[in-house]
Design a protein around this ligand. Structure first.
Ligand code: ARG
Length: 279
């Protein structure tokens, strides 16, 4: 049952599966509602458990959407991070079914996807990690988008060494538990060690290419459906460093079911190579 649910969540995140994703997210929330009440009584609420991103907090945070009619809010289905003026890093599972870069647009420049300030940029090329889903499902869940135009956005630096992080924060326009917000949400999530993550998801964690975060004991804080491809970051002085990419989880914000993220430090060199090939 759990296995099936994870699979559905993954498929639901695909391009042109907007409705499916919403239905699946709803199913996830409904499932949460049947769980015994959280001891702290604060399980409901918002990402999950977070608050509004403020202007300038994460300038590199972008939405991924489909081109066409409707507001950016109505067309957004994943997140991403600007890592060079015309390059966005996202999750492989967000774009694996894209056969033509024209099926994608990137939303930047505003945290509110209903705002008139949103800049919509078309995509020139998509590179899905060659080893995506290898050695196990969801391994190497990263992809790069080359944009048609440079963005007027400060890029985020990539982590270079895997670490036992302390404080992590994640952000996006995904499900809050009460629907999909127009303004991006962010939340702090505790780091989860590889050993604890492997214990939570036996045989499903590739510690080399995945890292995990969440409150194992209480749940309540997590990324969720629609946040995929977006960043999980750690503060380094005044800056933020991109340590991971929202990838998967069983449900959202449930105790002992942490969020799983692509481990950026592990793909850092491969990312540089792809970008060098585009220059
Ligand atoms: N696969 C989801 C997406 O496509 C992200 C799920 C993250 N889940 C979690 N519990 N952190 O949006």
């Amino acid at each position: 049952m759990d296995r099936k649910r994870k699979h559905l969540i993954r498929l639901g995140a695909g391009v042109a599966a907007g409705l499916g994703a919403a239905a699946i997210a709803w199913a996830g929330v409904a499932a949460n509602a049947e769980e015994p009440a959280d001891p702290k009584g604060d399980f409901e609420a918002q990402i999950i458990g977070g608050g509004d991103v403020v202007d300038g907090q994460y300038p590199w945070l972008v939405g991924l959407g489909s081109p066409g009619e409707g507001t950016p809010y109505e067309r957004q289905f994943c997140g991403g991070s600007v890592i060079a003026e015309d390059v966005v890093l996202t999750a492989a599972h967000c774009v694996e079914d894209v056969t033509d870069p024209e099926e994608l647009v990137v939303f930047s420049g505003a945290i509110d996807l209903e705002s008139e300030d949103v800049v919509e940029t078309s995509v020139a090329a998509v590179h899905v990690a060659e080893d995506y889903n290898d050695p196990i499902a969801m391994s190497n869940d990263w992809a790069l988008l080359k944009l048609d135009e440079a963005l007027d956005v400060e890029p985020i630096a990539l982590a270079t060494e895997p670490e036992e992080y302390d404080l992590l924060e994640t952000a996006g326009w995904g499900d809050t538990g009460e629907g999909f917000p127009t303004t991006a949400q962010w939340v702090e999530v505790p780091f989860v060690s590889d050993a604890d993550c492997e214990a939570a998801y036996p045989d499903e964690v590739d510690a080399q290419t995945m890292l995990c975060a969440g409150d194992l004991e209480n749940g309540g804080v997590d990324s969720c459906q629609g946040d995929s491809g977006g960043p999980i970051m750690t503060p380094a002085g005044d800056e933020q460093v991109l340590v991971g990419i929202v990838s998967w989880g069983y449900g959202c914000a449930e105790p002992n079911q942490p969020g799983v993220y692509g481990e950026v430090a592990d793909f850092n060199d491969a990312i540089d190579e792809v970008i060098a090939g585009w220059e």
